[in-house]
Design a protein around this ligand. Structure first.
Ligand code: 13P
Ligand code: ZN
Length: 274
């Protein structure tokens, strides 16, 4: 059996969390990631019949029974993941009952999965129904996007439109726009359910005055998605207090979706008839 510390999914989780930490998005224990793994991937590094611990989840995720995830631990710092993966990460499998996580590796020293496990698992269920190739759910606290939720209307059409105006390729990277939730108590099943409901339509869900959730096929793609939204929010926050002399027009956005061959986009978020 190969050394799990050399597994691409462990190495990539370390690199991604370190990268996010360095961007200032994940102060202290802020942020969490879950990454769906195929059984063959896990079996190359671990005895999948050896369960170290069983941890009740407090919600039902029956459609994910038998699925494997590598997940960040609760209270763990993104800055420390790369240096000590076995303490800060865990590989779990959802048991047949849909309500128990079976720990196969990691969370050394008695740790457990992120407190946002409900939002992660419920979002995986919603995204897998929309896209069977979805594998990653990422939560983080990007500075400018967070700032934007204090000063911008939280209406998702208005927020998406503003973000699309901020960088030329925004509408290409997130043509489905951003879903927005008002401030809610984090770490609860309720915020998990609300996030998953939004994830039916959006790969990005903004948590007002808290952060953002992103979903995608790979860690790179999901990171790139959030990075693009955050860049747009940064441009917004750098310019919101200044007179705006120029912008990307809605007809320009139409040209972009045409050029990039994007069939599915939130045309209803554009102001074409005004
Ligand atoms: P955890 O440390 O439990 O992952 O929580 C961090 C966080 O960002 C809560 O929203
Ligand atoms: Zn958070």
């Amino acid at each position: 059996m190969k050394d799990i510390l050399s597994a691409p999914f462990v190495v990539e989780m370390g690199k991604t969390t370190a990268n996010m930490y360095r961007l200032g998005w994940d102060e202290r224990n802020g942020g969490n990631i879950s990454y769906l793994l195929h059984e063959e991937e896990v079996a190359a590094y671990l005895d999948i019949h050896k369960v170290l611990r069983e941890i009740p989840t407090g919600f039902n995720a029956l459609p994910l029974a038998g699925r494997y995830f590598i997940v960040t631990g609760t209270g763990k710092y993104f800055k420390n993941v790369e240096g000590d993966p076995a303490t800060n990460l865990g590989v779990i499998r959802i048991k047949e009952d849909g309500a128990t996580a079976q720990l196969l590796w990691g969370f050394q020293g008695g740790g457990k999965f992120t407190s946002e496990f409900p939002a992660h698992m419920m979002s995986h269920m919603a995204r897998l129904a929309a896209d069977p190739e979805n594998r990653v759910v990422m939560h983080t606290h990007p500075t400018h996007l967070l700032a934007m939720t204090y000063v911008h209307d939280l209406d998702e059409s208005k927020m998406t439109h503003t973000l699309w105006e901020m960088c030329t390729e925004c509408i290409v990277v997130f043509p489905d726009g951003v879903g927005v939730l008002p401030w809610m108590l984090c770490g609860t099943n309720a915020i998990g359910e609300a996030t998953a409901e939004k994830m039916k339509d959006f790969r990005v869900v903004v948590w007002a005055q808290h952060g953002v959730y992103g979903a995608g096929k790979t860690l790179d793609e999901t990171f790139g998605l959030i990075e693009t939204v955050e860049k747009a929010a940064q441009i917004y926050m750098l310019t919101a207090h200044l007179p705006r002399l120029n912008t990307i027009k809605d007809e320009d956005m139409l040209k972009l979706v045409e050029l990039f061959g994007i069939k599915k986009y939130r045309r209803d978020f554009l102001h074409l008839d005004q």
